[in-house]
Design a protein around this ligand. Structure first.
Ligand code: ASP
Ligand code: MG
Length: 419
């Protein structure tokens, strides 16, 4: 059995949904579990609905939601003939689920409403794709993943209850006795009180990996709109090259430093069961793509990851007390309690440097708290370049025209903060 994951870009138009059917034609006999994201930018659009609702702007929320509704109804209309009515009825159920909530007043926390509203994106897209595939001859069974993936109630970053979910997946697996293709949503789950949850943005890769793990899948394929994983972002580095092969550790490192290749949580469930991950291009399935597995991969080119909008916090002790002796613990504790994940830290005798993403509100809080002990300086608009397997030539090329502010290196990896 194989697990396929199709992202938002692979289902964002009538043609692309049709393309998905064509891809399945290359796998006529395989048992497949297919995980699908929300169409195109639907999740972003639903985030706006949630924000308007929570701000008390009910009219605006409803009219933003209507745009999402109409887009899906139009897509369904173009795609479907025999399944059109059945699909519309299913979509209508989800519309009602959302509108019912939007007509209320918010009384709980924002993150709860966010999840109840945003999860609709995946429900709508999978309903349409499933009906389309059935009509196109790829018989499949649609499943509401909220009946399978059980999570805690940490809305927007819900944590999976593996034991409960494993039992549900075992039940689901029995369906393969009569069905060749099961199709469900990525990114969403549900609490034990049937409240919808989400697993963090771009979480569908992770959902697919959870299923691959629990189903002991032969492999997982993520279908993307790029030919393969590249060693740099081709939009910024025209000389970027494809990476045909990577190992799990490399991908975890890349994701950690900010490469937007694969959701960072995806690798662990696969690595734990030694399940290979393929990244393939849905626009041209004949391309080899990238294969990610456990074995060491030799001869990798420099892999470049860029994080923009970085902030350097420079904390200096006022009374010449050594940072490491007096305050290191306090500093890390402050970062942890504000849920700030430093992208790079460095400490000298009386100063501590820390590079973080630009979450203005959190940084302000941190600066305020830290200013009781330190002189605090905040420098914005920087970029953090990380290069794995760097060479002198690659660094020279990368750093020309840049002002280097901070640099940290190991034999494997160099990180350079630049302006
Ligand atoms: N639709 C969700 C998002 O855009 C999940 C995903 O695409 O993986 O974040
Ligand atoms: Mg996506």
């Amino acid at each position: 059995m194989k697990v396929f994951k199709f992202g938002g870009a692979s289902v964002n138009s009538v043609e692309r949904v049709q393309k998905l059917g064509e891809i399945l034609s290359h796998y006529p006999d395989e048992q497949l579990l297919i995980v699908v994201s929300a169409m195109g930018k639907t999740t972003n659009a639903l985030e706006k609905v949630a924000e308007a609702f929570f701000a008390g702007k009910q009219e605006e929320a409803l009219s933003l939601f209507k745009v999402v509704k109409d887009q899906h109804l139009t897509t369904a209309k173009y795609l479907l003939v025999t399944q059109a009515l059945a699909c519309e009825a299913q979509l209508a159920d989800f519309f009602t689920e959302a509108e019912w909530l939007l007509h209320d007043q918010p009384v709980r926390e924002f993150d709860y409403y966010y999840d109840q509203i945003v999860c609709i994106g995946e429900l709508l897209s999978t309903a349409i794709v499933s009906h389309y595939l059935n009509e196109a001859g790829y018989r499949n069974k649609w499943l509401d993943v909220r009946d399978i993936i059980r999570t805690d109630d940490h809305f927007r970053e819900a944590v999976i209850d593996w034991d409960f979910t494993a039992q549900k997946v075992a039940k689901m697996k029995e369906l393969f006795a009569t069905e060749r293709i099961l199709l469900t949503q990525g990114f969403i789950g549900s609490t034990d009180e049937n409240e919808s949850t989400t697993l963090g943005r771009e979480g569908s890769d992770y959902t697919a990996a959870v299923f691959a793990n629990l189903l002991d899948a032969e492999n997982q394929t993520i279908w993307k709109d790029v030919p393969s994983v590249m060693n740099a972002d081709p939009r910024h580095y025209p000389e970027a090259q494809p990476l045909p092969e990577l190992n799990y550790a490399e991908v975890i490192e890349m994701a950690y430093y900010g490469a937007q290749v694969i959701h960072p949580k995806t690798i662990k469930p696969l690595q734990n069961k030694d399940i290979p991950l393929q990244v393939k291009c849905f626009l041209d399935p004949s391309l080899p793509g990238t294969i990610i597995h456990d074995e060491a991969v030799k001869g990798l080119p420099p892999i470049i990851v860029v994080k923009e909008q970085q902030v350097l916090l420079e904390l200096r002790s006022r009374d010449f007390s050594f940072v490491a002796e007096q305050h290191a613990g306090t500093l890390y504790h402050m970062l942890e309690s504000l849920l700030i994940k430093p992208n790079l830290t460095q400490n000298a005798a009386i100063s501590f440097l820390c590079v973080v993403d630009d979450h203005a509100e959190k940084i302000e809080k941190l600066a305020l708290e830290a200013s009781q002990l330190f002189d605090v300086q905040v420098i914005r608009d920087l970029s953090l370049l990380t290069v794995r397997h760097y060479t002198p030539a690659s660094l020279e090329q990368l750093l020309k025209d840049k002002t280097v502010i901070l640099r940290q290196q190991t034999p494997d990896t160099i990180q350079v903060l630049v302006r």
